[in-house]
Design a protein around this ligand. Structure first.
Ligand SMILES: O=P(O)(O)OC[C@H]1O[C@H](O)[C@H](O)[C@@H](O)[C@@H]1O
Length: 559
């Protein structure tokens, strides 16, 4: 780490490369996309990249060749490539937790050698994948039976954050590849309603709970898992001995798994160098593997690996994660963009943006640099969005005509999924026509003169004018396959990495989630016990607002 360029050295906004971008922005920041396309009619093909199965169009961005060159110089000056190489080498680049960051090892081929503290981790990765495969095959074959001897048919993943969003998102994304005769549910919220709705119509004798938690200390997950165990044992009128057939664990913490009562023979392991939000291609993906089968799961891993290799080796000019990362830095720093929309035109990607929220916002929602100094530049954006075309009839209005500047990614597929009901595939062109039309409208808008030419009354002209100039990336692939999903996720993982490297923040810790956890623990007894309402667990005075809210809650509950 000591050779990292930015550590302890010049701050991002003191770099000459930063100043050069600022000056460049003053010169070209007002240039419109209409002007850029008029100046270069080949922009549509020139500003595009192919990575694996992904076609990535970045022509509708407010950049010129010079902007891109300056941004790449910034990446060079901030040591993005050096930090990337350090990550792939297994160095402890997560400095605040003193950990390596090696989600890329989870999809490395069997013969690869990646060392952490002198030990090659790849054999262990594949050993777990093999165990997962054997288990998934058993469940899929109806050979994994419950306590009463019935084959398991319902799989309920209990986890939260990275131990939920990844498998839940990928299950949804790859639904057409899943075993439709098995039922999959994902429980995350500590609100009992979540587990209630997940199990109320299930036969416990046919239900397998997968308790997914990296730490196995997360209160929501342990609470839900305990309730699930109580439900199962009560319903089956069985004792502790039934647990082994109905509960498996995905974790890095064997001790806690055992403490919970799950036999470590039924535990699928991963490692502290896998961050929660980077973990669904680890053992955390077991529910997905059962759903789509080990072969499809491995295809997905190959998709991830393909983009890992691209990120590691492609020259800066053609490096897609680098490009996407730099574009976000450009808009955050010089256009004051506060948010970034991700708008998939696939219903199967309905959880994709929620997944990216954790990936991006938990990684780059930081305000001190790697040396603990406050940053005085924008870091991670608010990531948001839902699948098209639904958003078009809801919040796109604000993107088109509001006062906010919202760069957006549009993700679409040339083909509908294979198993749609007869006739429904014909709707795909309509979906995609919307997909193309939206980025067109966002980029080029409609001028007042164009509105007038349509005979619109003068007083309505300002209302019907579209300012345009809203930048978008379009990502197009032939179909949403397991490999393509892996490629997409790796693309975003590395984009987030690039931005964190440039902003000089630790993208791999998440201290910001801790305070709320601690306070919830202190407040809980005040809600449930006959305790002085104004005081927390330790007898400390609660702040006025919280004390009043607790009093209102207790009164509503008759306590
Ligand atoms: O997998 P677990 O250890 O249960 O953690 C689940 C989640 O909760 C934590 O609070 C972190 O904010 C997340 O990064 C993590 O994915």
């Amino acid at each position: 780490m000591s050779e990292m360029k930015t550590e302890g050295s010049m701050r991002l906004n003191q770099l000459p490369e930063w100043a050069a971008l600022g000056k460049h922005h003053e010169q070209v920041g007002g240039t419109t996309l209409r002007e850029l396309f008029a100046a270069d009619p080949d922009r549509g093909t020139g500003y595009a990249l192919r990575v694996g199965d992904l076609y990535l169009d970045y022509s509708k961005h407010l950049v010129t060749d010079e902007t891109l060159a300056l941004l790449r110089e910034l990446a060079a000056a901030t040591g993005v490539a050096e930090l990337r190489d350090a990550m792939f080498r297994g160095e402890r680049i997560n400095t605040t937790e003193d950990r390596a960051v090696l989600h890329t090892a989870l999809r490395a081929p069997r013969e690869a050698v990646i060392e952490v503290d002198g030990e090659n981790v790849v054999p262990a990765v594949h050993a777990v994948l093999d165990r997962m495969s054997a288990f998934a095959d058993k469940v899929r074959a109806g050979e994994w039976t419950g306590h009463t001897g019935k084959p398991v048919k319902n799989i309920v993943n209990i986890g939260i954050g990275g131990s939920d969003l990844g498998p839940a998102m990928a299950f949804e994304a790859l639904r057409s590849y899943t075993r439709r005769d098995l039922t999959f549910r994902f429980v995350s919220n500590v609100d009992g309603a979540d587990l209630h709705e997940a199990v109320r119509d299930l036969d416990p004798a046919e239900t397998l709970f997968i308790v997914a938690s990296k730490t196995f200390t997360t209160i929501e997950t342990i609470t839900n898992a305990t309730s699930a165990r109580d439900w199962l044992l009560t319903e089956l009128r069985a004792g502790q001995e039934a647990v082994a057939r109905h509960f498996v664990a995905l974790s890095t913490n064997a001790e806690k798994v055992e403490e919970f009562g799950i036999d470590t023979a039924n535990m699928f392991e991963f490692w502290d160098w896998v961050g929660g939000r980077y973990s669904y291609d680890s053992a955390i993906g077991l529910s997905l593997m059962i759903a789509i089968g080990p072969d499809r799961f491995r295809e997905m891993l190959d998709g991830f690996h393909l983009v890992d290799e691209h990120f590691r080796t492609a020259p800066a000019e053609e490096n897609a994660p680098l490009l996407l990362g730099l574009l976000g830095v450009w808009y955050g720093a010089f256009f004051d963009a506060q948010s970034h929309a991700v708008l998939p035109y696939s219903h199967y990607l309905s959880k994709f943006t929620a997944y990216l929220q954790q990936l991006d916002m938990e990684s780059n929602g930081k305000s001190v640099d790697r040396d603990g100094r406050p940053v005085d530049w924008q870091t991670g954006p608010v990531v948001w969005g839902t699948p098209g075309t639904n958003g078009q009839h809801a919040y796109y209005q604000l993107i088109h005509q509001g006062t906010k500047f919202v760069p957006a990614d549009f993700i679409g597929f040339a083909e509908p999924v294979a198993d749609l009901l007869p006739g429904l595939a014909a709707q795909h062109d309509l979906l995609m026509a919307n997909f193309f039309a939206q980025t067109q409208a966002l980029a080029f808008g409609k001028t007042p003169d164009e509105v007038r030419a349509e005979g619109v009354a003068e007083e309505l002209v300002p209302h019907k004018t579209f300012q345009g100039n809203h930048p978008t990336t379009t990502i197009l692939a032939k179909a949403l396959t397991p490999s393509v999903l892996g490629q997409l996720i790796a693309l975003y993982e590395h984009k987030v990495f690039v931005q964190g490297a440039i902003w000089n923040i630790d993208s791999f810790d998440q201290w910001g989630v801790e305070l709320g956890k601690v306070l919830a623990k202190r407040i809980e007894p005040v809600l449930t016990e006959n305790q002085d309402q104004g005081r927390g667990e330790g007898g400390e005075q609660l702040d006025g607002s919280t004390a009043a809210l607790v009093a209102a809650y207790r009164s509503l509950r008759g306590r």
